[in-house]
Design a protein around this ligand. Structure first.
Ligand code: HEC
Length: 190
């Protein structure tokens, strides 16, 4: 009895597997295949004019293009929290240190092996550049540096820009900017 049941179950499974295969093999168009059904001769259809696919409405210029009224944004498009700063640090260390190095001086391992050396992130010109400028460099590339738009989503590009600001501050901080307890800590380490 047990064996007969098992055999029956196996047969049902085998048959259903067969049907599933038939569905996979049924007539259908491959992507970009020709078709006589439509006037343009293509099976794949164009998006209907004036429509936007769900999740692809990138209309926020500040968030997606780093500009406000056509100029590089001087503010971040969202609040920079400690969590976002940590994310920016992690993303910077993954995507940017190979060339710009941990500190941003531009002596990363790829540069040591002969790639063009980028400007230090601590020169006055880049310290004065607005966050939207860093977003733009990551989004569109800059000279020998390629675009990171396809690897780093917009929110992460802003997080990296925030971390660059922190790096810049770290290399140009004054003692007077420090809280008394931090000064004391420094004193203890001297
Ligand atoms: C493969 C090496 C490489 C990587 C990785 C890289 N960069 Fe660059 N970056 C360069 C080079 C080279 C330049 C200078 C390009 C030139 O002068 O042609 C540059 C220039 C820059 C500049 C300065 C633009 C200016 O006005 O001088 C910024 C800012 C910058 N990169 C940010 C980043 C950030 C942020 C990342 C990580 C998302 C990154 N880069 C990843 C190579 C790299």
């Amino acid at each position: 009895m047990g064996i007969r049941f098992a055999a029956g179950a196996a047969l049902v499974l085998a048959l259903s597997g067969c049907y599933a295969q038939e569905m996979a093999n049924q007539d259908r168009y491959e992507p970009l295949e020709a078709s006589g059904l439509f006037e343009d001769g293509m099976a794949s259809r164009q998006p209907i004019e004036g429509t936007v696919a769900r999740g692809q409405l990138f209309e926020d210029d500040h968030l997606y293009r780093g500009t406000v009224a056509g100029q590089p944004a001087t503010e971040f498009p969202f609040e920079i929290t400690a969590e976002i700063m940590a994310r920016g640090q992690e993303r910077y260390q993954i995507f940017c240190t190979p060339c710009h190095d941990q500190l941003g001086t531009g002596a990363g391992i790829v540069v040591q092996r002969g790639f063009r050396r980028p400007s230090s992130l601590h020169v006055d010109r880049l310290r004065a550049a607005p966050p939207g400028y860093f977003f733009d460099v990551m989004t569109n590339g800059f000279g020998a540096m390629s675009s990171y738009a396809s690897q780093v989503p917009a929110e992460d590009r802003w997080a990296i820009a925030a971390y660059i600001r922190a790096l810049q501050l770290s290399q140009n901080a004054n003692e007077a900017d420090l809280a008394p307890e931090d000064l004391e800590l420094l004193g203890a380490q001297r």
